[in-house]
Design a protein around this ligand. Sequence first.
Ligand SMILES: Nc1ncnc2c1ncn2[C@@H]1O[C@H](COP(=O)(O)OP(=O)(O)OP(=O)(O)O)[C@@H](O)[C@H]1O
Length: 598
Amino acid sequence: MLRQLRELYSLLAPRQRRRLLRLQGLIVLMAFAEVAGVISIGPFMALVGDMSRLQGEGWLGQAYRWSGADSPQHFLSLMGLGVLLVLLVAALFSMYTTWRLSLYGAQVGAELSSRLYRYYLHQPWLFHASGSSSRLINRVAQETQRVTTKILQPCMQLNAKLVLVTCMSLTILVYNPVVALGGIAIFLAAYLLLYKTVRRFLINNGRRVSRSQAKRFKLMTEGFGGIKDLLLLRRQATFTTQFERASQKVARGMGVTQGLSDAPRYAIELVAFGSVILLVLYLLNVHQGNLGTILPALSIYALAGFKMLPAYQKIYASVSNIRSHLAAFEAVRDDLVASRGYASEMAPEGAFHPLPLRDGIRLDRVHFHYPGKREAALSGLSLSIPAGSRVGLVGESGSGKSTVVDLLLGLIQPQKGRVLVDDVVLTEENLARWQAGVGFVPQHIFLADASILENVAFGVPRSEIDVALVEKAVSMAQLDVMVASMPDGLETRVGERGVQLSGGQRQRIGIARAFYRQAQVLVLDEATSALDGITEQRVMSDIEASAGHCTLIMVAHRLSTVRDCDVIYMIDKGCVVDSGTYAELAERNHAFRMMANL
Ligand SMILES: Nc1ncnc2c1ncn2[C@@H]1O[C@H](COP(=O)(O)OP(=O)(O)OP(=O)(O)O)[C@@H](O)[C@H]1O
């Protein structure tokens, strides 16, 4: 456990560590204030037990004469008030420190969560293509939440209470070593015994919660994501049953951990009462029943015990919570380590000047192998795309067209071969500049639950959207009639993932999004497949019109889409098997004729 906590500490940013150090100072001061409160009760009780001390030469007698109190009772009341004041200051200090500690824990948790989110959003395409988004959502939302409330915040509590218990124990140790050592030994033994008994159980319990939590997120993402199929197939029960089972496991796991952290309190209270009886008997025996001597010691022990008992309980509860939820930290640890020192902000889009394209783009004998796949997706594929031309990529499903598109977009890099823009090889250094000039329209457009305006200018802050440019892009994508018929025009919201729009309308928003970027290279991956023939023709002719200065790369199953292309590449098993104009291919290539239904 200590190893993991050290790792967690090493993940903190220097600023967070400095704050922690300042809080540590506050914690020590809080412990001193609490100790002062406990000690202050001693003289007061000594006086209650033996008022004749006021007449003596001791410091109590001197304080009485100096105070100007007109009677011993008056002095006792003043002392009582003084004790209350010290206790009040200690209580206020403790409240303030606890509040700061909770805030600190929550803030660190929020920062870790944001750091993970930022890290995941900046990961390359393959990272996302080979993993599941529900796993990432679970880590950013749920596991970091557990790290915050079940590890970080208990850690802060643990820290504060350990300092308090140590200071308090040292104080009673100075006051009476026998009583202090006896008391500490009894409580430590009781808690250690409890902890040893439940430790393994807590660890396994935490792992079970992590597994079930991940399953719940997966079921939510898949259930809501595939709702249309679920409704149609009436398979909701499969999902709800699994969800219920996973939820029960999470609830049981969390409940058991909480119960195991809280329940021992009652057993320990019993130990505490037993100890008080033992203490009274011991003191009466040592001081031969002299109440005046016993009372102050007893009050100090009682108050110290009153403060230490919940502190011990908190330490135990914190340790069991931390132990049980370490699995949550383990789930995100590697990603948190990887995200350490991650650039807090990537340069904004506009900061890159697009890489100019004068001659053309060339794929030179590129190979690409997806991790974990036996067959290569691309094996030595070469093709060239002259600047300003319209190029079509056709081929059977799985032949490698989308992989070529991903290479052209710079989303993946070839394992062998080169991607050349003019004669410049595309590398990590110039990738951002290349991407700044490329517009991409995928087959499935992602629409945010926002207005059409915001969806066209996707990712641009609301105040920085160029509305005139959006209007132009909307008109070029043949969307102006639809927008004009909508109640709020460009401000009309489209619903989550664009559920309030037809497939064709969604795709046209995607096309408008590419136009908004004023890209010099436009890549359309099955972008017009959801449009009806007439609309496709109109959108294509608009794209063609605007593509006067644009290079157009189109992937299409429907060959009519690429009919007007300057060159069409036929791809099969990761290689270019033929190329030419539509007419040339239709004349000489049998497979092409089959695809075109000629
Ligand atoms: N993220 C991925 N992980 C592993 N393999 C992949 C991944 N994406 C594609 N592949 C594999 O790479 C090969 C080429 O796929 P690609 O998507 O490029 O074909 P495609 O021609 O675009 O197909 P379609 O027309 O069906 O979209 C296929 O065998 C596919 O299974």
